[in-house]
Design a protein. Structure first.
Length: 94
């Protein structure tokens, strides 16, 4: 009954621009919203991505995340290259 009531995106917005970094894990849509909010304020944003992993060591390529790279895109493996990525670099709209 005490404290803030609402989702984490609303809580971060309530902080204004009074933070230097955001670290988040959770569902993809929430991570997208947090990343966009952090980018708009210039704050560092690190997100822990979730993916189904068949092998767990990078052979099956079943857990890839699309990352913005040099004007194009690259695919990084959550199991081997992550699971933490810069939220500004993840292509959320795929």
């Amino acid at each position: 009954s005490k404290g803030f009531h609402g989702n984490i995106v609303s809580q971060v917005k309530a902080l204004g621009k009074n933070y230097d970094a955001v670290y988040a894990c959770g569902p993809k849509l929430m991570l997208k919203a947090i990343s966009e909010l952090a980018e708009s304020t210039g704050a560092l944003c690190q997100v822990s991505c979730e993916a189904r992993m068949a092998c767990g060591f990078g052979v099956c390529v079943g857990c890839v995340v699309k990352i913005k790279s040099n004007g194009g895109f690259a695919y990084k493996k959550v199991c081997k290259d992550g699971p933490v990525f810069n939220g500004w670099e993840v292509e959320w709209d795929e």
